[in-house]
Design a protein. Structure first.
Length: 131
């Protein structure tokens, strides 16, 4: 039996952290374990901006809008400096936050189920092939 290479395991792990980060853009609340998992992913893959944006989303879902904005802005700056292909996706997250903030100045929190479902269906997702 052939064992997968370290490179394949690493790619799989990174993809799983990215998927968690993208999933958090579609939920109403974050669990404490989400922050722990993404923080671990950020330590393993410090250049993965999807994970960094996921951590910003966790802060937003926890109600810390100032921290969330600081984290998202830092990710956007780093993406621009690196020239990473995830800039378009990161900008779409920032735009989605701006639209949500305009509709709900109190910040994220419990939302009407119909409105939340509509937003969840249109939430931006990273394109793994663009990374």
């Amino acid at each position: 039996t052939m064992r997968p290479s370290l490179k394949k395991w690493t790619a799989l792990a990174r993809a799983n952290y990215d998927e968690l980060a993208a999933l958090l853009l579609r939920v109403k609340r974050a669990m404490p374990e989400d922050r722990v998992a993404l923080a671990r992913g950020a330590r393993l893959f410090p250049d993965d901006f999807v994970i960094q944006i996921g951590l910003a989303q966790v802060s937003r879902l926890e109600g810390d809008s100032a921290r969330a904005r600081t984290e998202l802005d830092a990710a956007l700056v780093a993406i621009r400096e690196k020239g990473d292909g995830s800039l378009l996706w990161a900008r779409s997250v920032a735009a989605a936050w701006a639209q949500e903030d305009a509709r709900n100045p109190q910040g994220p929190g419990p939302r009407d189920d119909i409105e939340a479902t509509a937003r969840e269906k249109s939430a931006p997702r990273p394109d793994a092939s663009v990374k």
